[in-house]
Design a protein around this ligand. Structure first.
Ligand code: UDX
Length: 426
């Protein structure tokens, strides 16, 4: 594994993982003898049969993807492999989420790198292999994916990739890791552009599914229905499915916001206005605003009010705060003069650094002390199991609980002495 960040490489060499991801460290220990870490790309590019490019592709101007990391790596690989003779072409796998057409662009940059280095020709093929794992369940999703997507314009590279993924496709390791046999994982092969598009379309669809149920939740509030019952009812229709129908504060993280924006920007480059994607993003933005409205509805002015934010990471089981709803809510509350006290099992420190005025505590009850309101932002198991009676006893009037993930039973929360407000719960 190669990374330009030497500190990260040193942490990995020590057998530690530089981020919070359940099960990853144990998994790395199991295969430690077969893992190497270095900050030098050169020798790796020259000797490897397959190189995965998995660098970050952040949002650039107007939501378009900033490809500079991919560009640097592609040129460097080109320069390093220039003149290297090999039996089979080097397979360059694009794992980073990149705009449609980037596979060809990467090929062009590698070719430029080869020519600029001037050590002679080199053979390589670029393929696209989008990543669908979720943070917080990365190990599980990597070993047991719903599908593996491979885009290549040349068949030779497809064969090499199929061979590489064979243990996962055939689930041949299941006896060691899982007691029950699983069926083979679909290996979807397609052209480069379609593989790149599959990633965007999948994330945009999931984000839209969440925004859809959030819109339904707003209507539920008006008409007096409970969105959790509605989601259960529609989710049983196999064409809809039960997952990603949890209404609440909405989606954040390093993928959905960036990918929805990038897909819109990509369409825009061709003069197409992606109207549904615009609405998907708009509904998501309004979910954060609904939190503020709910607080104002019961607390009226927020000036001087203490508000506890329970959970700060963008979702449970990760320390990632990128595009986390908590940050936006904390900033808005600070603007409105409220005092915010946050708690998160792992992301407290980074969140406090990211938002001026956000204090954090070591446990949820500390955050709830004298709080006029609490917002459940991230549904960590620890927070789902919150002792609501204890919470109510520590809080100040009106003891408002805004359940941003609809995880508590309204009646139980009310019986515990809290003023309960969920999302779309009648
Ligand atoms: C997502 C995709 O799921 C994954 O396939 C892709 O590779 C990367 O992007 P991730 O961002 O790790 O993964 O988290 P995910 O579990 O998809 O949740 C994304 C956001 O949606 C979170 O903020 C989560 O809280 C929110 N969400 C999810 C909802 O608000 N409601 C739901 O029903 C599900």
């Amino acid at each position: 594994m190669v990374d330009v960040d030497e500190e990260r490489i040193n942490i990995l060499k020590d057998g530690r993982v530089p981020l919070y991801e359940p099960g990853l460290e144990e998994q790395m220990v199991k295969v430690s003898g077969r893992l190497g870490f270095t900050a030098e790309l050169g020798p790796v590019a020259r000797e490897a049969d397959v190189v995965f490019i998995a660098v970050s592709t952040p949002s650039g101007e107007g939501g378009a993807v900033d490809l500079s990391n991919v560009e640097d790596v592609a040129r460097t690989i080109g320069a390093e492999i220039s003149g290297v003779k090999r039996e089979r072409p080097l397979v360059l796998v694009n794992k980073s989420t990149v705009p449609v057409g980037s596979g060809d662009y990467v090929s062009m940059l590698v070719r430029e790198g080869i020519e600029e280095a001037g050590n002679g020709d080199a053979s390589f093929q670029v393929v696209s292999n989008p990543e669908f794992l979720r943070e917080g369940s990365a190990v599980h999703d990597s070993l047991f994916p719903d599908r593996i997507v491979l885009g290549a314009d040349l068949r030779e590279a497809l064969g090499a990739m199929r061979a590489l993924y064979e243990p996962i496709i055939k689930q041949s390791f299941f006896t060691e890791l899982e007691p029950r046999p699983r069926s083979a994982v679909p290996f979807v092969t397609t052209d480069l552009a379609s593989a790149e598009m599959i990633k965007y379309a999948a994330n945009a669809f999931l984000a839209t599914k969440i925004s859809f149920i959030n819109e339904i939740s707003s209507i539920c509030e008006l008409v007096g229905a409970d969105v959790t019952n509605v989601a259960a009812g529609i989710g049983l229709d196999e064409r809809i499915g039960p997952r990603f129908l949890d209404a609440g504060i909405g989606w954040g993280g390093s993928c959905f916001p960036k990918d929805v924006a990038a897909l819109r920007a990509m369409a825009g480059e061709y003069g197409y206005e992606a109207k549904m994607l615009a609405a998907t993003a708009e509904v998501n933005d309004s979910q954060r605003k609904r939190v503020i409205s709910k607080l104002q509805q019961d607390l009226h002015t927020l000036k001087g009010k203490r508000i506890a934010l329970l959970g700060l990471a963008f979702k449970p089981n990760t320390d990632d705060i990128r595009e986390a709803p908590s940050l936006e809510i904390a900033r808005e509350l600070t603007v409105l003069g409220a005092r915010t006290i946050g708690y998160d099992p792992v992301a407290g420190k980074t969140a406090a650094q990211a938002v001026e005025g956000l204090d954090t505590t070591q446990n949820p009850y500390e955050a709830l002390k004298r709080a006029h309101a609490a917002v459940l932002v991230t549904e960590w198991d620890e927070l789902r199991a919150l002792d609501l009676k204890r919470a109510a006893s520590m809080m100040a009037e009106p003891r408002l609980l805004v359940d941003g993930r609809n995880v508590f039973e309204p009646k139980i929360a009310r019986d515990a002495g809290l003023l309960y407000r969920g999302f779309g719960r009648g």
